[in-house]
Design a protein. Structure first.
Length: 342
């Protein structure tokens, strides 16, 4: 009898190992799901799709808001430095921070993890970060997919994608049409590079050795702003908001104001954090820095001047918003004054 040579496992896909990982996911997600979504039941078919009960949201005229994102090439640094416990927080942050720009409360999150070869210990660390991000943003991880793809991803490589859904009342949606002439622009500090600009960071690093402080700065997880921003929207304190991601401060703020109004920003007021000062020394122009990185501003809100004191009280000391500019009627859409202080 001819001996059978081929198998899925020999091709690089280990289903039994994947099943062990699924059991781990089920075990740690049980408490999270019960706490936030009592509608999910153990016996509903086989978990091919995830269920979430929105009937108990108590939101009048509810609108669903959905976002999807990844963490870009920051995962390459996570691989390089073998640190996987915080990259999942980045994944959740990049999605839920986009949700709250429209005033939506995050409800649930799904993840997609693609690997060359599944390594349980590494995957658990990534997943624990995703759970932590969901805890911070008070949403539920209700499902996901782990794909083992040998030949597409080399042995140690992986990729992450996230999908999040939130809910908001029609009357509470943050809309750029709410922005008025003379509204102020308030910058909310970032806690580092967040998850944008890492292709340039990696080019700068090359194969050079870096000290532990810089390494830790580069892998700091993205700040999640959902609770603070939702508090502002509940109290009708802001007109519009912007999550400062790819494209930097100016490009993202322009998406949050009407076409007939203009941005006026005093660059010298931006509180630049140390990691960006370190990057600036690597022969990067001011223009390139501003359009690639958040430069210390992770989120912005636009509001009436009279609301600034109340807005500041909604944040902890390290993330207190501060004024960097205002909105005006001007033929030129972007008006920058002074230079950023590196």
């Amino acid at each position: 009898m001819k001996k059978i040579q081929n198998s899925y496992k020999k091709s690089g896909v280990n289903i039994s190992l994947a099943n062990k990982f699924v059991k781990h996911i089920s075990k740690i997600s049980k408490k999270n799901v019960k706490k936030r979504n009592k509608f999910l039941e153990k016996d509903l078919i086989g978990g091919f799709g995830s269920l979430y009960d929105i009937s108990k949201s108590k939101i009048k005229d509810p609108v669903i808001v959905a976002c999807t994102d990844g963490v870009g090439t920051k995962i390459e640094l996570a691989n390089k430095f073998k640190k996987f416990d915080t990259i999942g927080i980045d994944l959740v942050a990049m999605c839920v921070n986009d949700l709250v720009v429209q005033g939506a409360k995050p409800l649930f999150f799904l993840d997609y993890i693609a690997v060359g070869n599944l390594k349980i210990k590494k995957a658990k660390k990534i997943l624990n970060g995703i759970f932590r991000g969901c805890e911070i943003s008070k949403c539920t991880l209700i499902g996901g997919e782990t794909a083992e793809m040998p030949g597409v991803y080399s042995k140690d490589k992986f990729d992450l994608a996230g999908f999040s859904v939130g809910i908001v009342s029609k009357k509470k949606i943050l809309n750029k049409r709410n922005v008025k002439n003379n509204d102020v622009i308030l910058a909310i500090p970032s806690n580092g590079i967040h998850s944008n600009g890492y292709s340039l960071v990696r080019k700068i690093l090359g194969k050079k050795k870096i000290n532990e402080n810089i390494k830790n700065e580069l892998l700091k997880p993205t700040k999640i702003y959902s609770q603070e921003i939702l508090n502002l929207t509940r109290n009708n304190l802001i007109s519009s908001a912007a999550h400062i991601t790819g494209g930097g401060l100016i490009e993202n703020l322009l998406r949050s104001i009407p076409d007939q109004l203009s941005l006026n920003i005093d660059l010298s007021k931006i509180k630049v954090s140390k990691i960006f000062k370190w990057l600036k020394k690597k022969n990067i122009s001011d223009t390139e820095m501003l359009k690639t990185f958040n430069c210390g501003v992770g989120f912005c809100v636009i509001a009436s001047k009279k609301n600034t004191i109340k807005i500041k009280k909604s944040f902890s000391k390290n993330y207190t918003p501060y004024e960097i500019g205002y909105i005006s009627k001007n033929k030129k859409r972007v008006n920058l004054s002074k230079n950023i202080k590196w």
